[in-house]
Design a protein around this ligand. Structure first.
Ligand code: GDP
Ligand code: ZN
Length: 459
């Protein structure tokens, strides 16, 4: 067992309870050294997986720190596979903080972000993709993204990756036998057999990759930017969408304090709208956050919503916006159609090519439902069955799958032109390793550190 780590595992602030956790070889000793049950010498050790009532006490000065429930969980059937102790303090900053400080004084080390989960991985309870699912569950913003992450934690992705790697391993083993014992009786693997198996690998990788775009959206939301010259109705549109989809989960502070992202949940599709402070008065993004930042959010956008005002003549600015929106998935809204129009829907349709133009009167609530339906159709065309499908949501996994696809493609080319088997083997091995980095079977320390540093402390 590794050294003993401690951390506050619940959000710090006013709350009913706050939980402090310990994991590692001295968890029980340290836990006992700060605990006093009602029967004077009650050892938490005797209470595997049961809650014991008592107090946290600093025995050095006999000071009571908090009234608590404490649970001891014996290895290996714990989150980390190590001995663990959980202390249920009163909520609020002081009880948990003082309890933690006492544990540190007694020899525990403050856990790094995600270190409990990292141990679950290092001790073989979870593979890496499952460990990563834990953070996605914590951060999930819609029921669907939660469900996908839960599937991943249950091992849906792991088992697919394992299946593909097993095919590769068997190919590699056959090749090695053919190379090592060319004259023996063992039957050599044929190029036909290799080709058949390689295509199996390829199609499985492609199947996973095909879910990645929707997976990213489920996990991170559709990056949406609303474009339009001043006064066309951008703020009104944002407010209308917000009103109808109240399930806003969080405001996530961006890199600077003046830009925030708002999450809106449209029937399970999270829309992440770039918002600037005071967006409701003047949401000219360029003016608010500067040309560079605006360009950046445009570059990162998955969806542009371009708004035009039918009651005023089209201007050069409108043309620029049409031009901008050509480069991305975009939805065109012709607003203020309740007022006398200065130009027709046809004339703007000519300018935007084959994109549909939604006629709207945002102020009167007309057109919002069509917009939402369009968004759903756009990103959910090949509807995924979340209950049964494995969805790749993690960009790291996607990158690894792409690498593995390159390597299997190159193996297939080699096989087709019947190059010597040891060359084929190199590609197969690379492919096998690429996939192993998803499950964490082959992975460097630096990548591990980076992955777990994204976690919160105490998980
Ligand atoms: P923005 O500058 O693009 O954000 O535009 P705003 O959303 O602030 O809207 C500018 C003005 O147009 C406001 O006075 C709105 O009430 C008005 N407006 C927005 N949508 C409509 C609409 O559909 N019809 C009419 N008549 N006025 C609208
Ligand atoms: Zn505005």
């Amino acid at each position: 067992m590794l050294d003993t780590i401690a951390a506050i595992s619940t959000a710090v602030g006013e709350a009913g309870i706050g939980i402090v956790r310990l994991s590692g070889k001295n968890a029980i000793d340290i836990g006992n050294s700060v605990f006093k049950g009602i029967k004077d010498k009650e050892l938490i050790e005797t209470s595997n997986r049961r809650l014991t009532y008592g107090h946290i006490i600093d025995h050095d000065n006999n000071q009571i720190i908090d009234e608590v429930l404490i649970a001891y969980m014996k290895e290996p059937y714990t989150y980390t596979k190590e001995n663990m102790v959980e202390i249920y303090c009163h909520g609020g900053i002081i009880p948990v903080k003082k309890t933690l400080e006492l544990l540190l004084k007694k020899g525990a080390r403050l856990a790094e972000p995600g270190e409990f989960t990292k141990r679950a991985f290092l001790n073989g309870r979870l593979d890496l993709s499952q460990a990563e699912a834990v953070i996605d569950i914590i951060k999930s913003k819609t029921d669907k993204s939660f469900q996908v992450s839960l599937n991943q934690l249950e091992g849906s992705l792991s088992s697919q990756i394992k299946g593909i790697r097993n095919i590769l391993l068997s190919m590699i083993a056959h090749i090695e036998v053919s190379i090592d014992f060319p004259d023996e009786d063992v039957e050599d693997i044929t190029y036909e057999e290799l080709e058949r198996d390689a295509y199996k690998v390829k199609s499985n990788i492609e199947k996973l990759l095909s879910t990645a775009d929707r997976g990213k959206i489920l996990r991170d939301g559709i990056n949406t930017v609303i474009l339009g010259k001043p006064n066309v109705g951008k703020s009104s549109l944002l407010n209308a969408i917000l009103r109808e989809n109240r399930a806003i989960v969080t405001d996530i502070p961006g890199t600077t304090r003046d830009i925030i992202e708002e999450f809106i949940n449209i029937d399970g599709i999270p829309l992440k709208i770039i918002d600037t402070a005071g967006i409701r008065e003047t949401d000219d993004i360029v003016e608010k956050i500067g040309v560079d930042r605006a360009k950046e959010s445009l570059e990162n956008a998955d969806l542009l919503i371009a708004v035009f005002d039918a009651s005023r003549d089209l201007t050069k600015e409108d043309m620029d916006i049409i031009e901008l929106s050509n480069s991305k998935k975009s939805i065109i809204i012709l607003n203020k159609t309740d007022l006398p129009s200065k130009f027709t829907k046809d004339s703007i349709e000519e300018l935007v090519g084959d994109r549909e133009v939604i006629t709207a009167s945002i102020a009167k609530g007309i057109g919002i439902d069509v917009l939402e339906k369009n968004i759903k159709d756009m990103f959910y065309s090949g509807k995924i069955d979340i209950e049964s499908d494995t969805v790749v949501t993690n960009i790291r996994h996607k990158n690894q799958l792409e690498k593995s696809l390159k390597n299997i493609d190159s193996a297939i080319e080699d096989i087709k032109s019947m190059v010597p088997l040891d060359c084929v083997e190199v590609d197969l091995r690379n492919c096998w390793e690429n996939l192993g980095e998803i499950s964490g079977d082959t992975i460097g320390e630096d990548i591990l550190d980076k992955i777990f540093s994204e976690f919160c402390i105490g998980k």
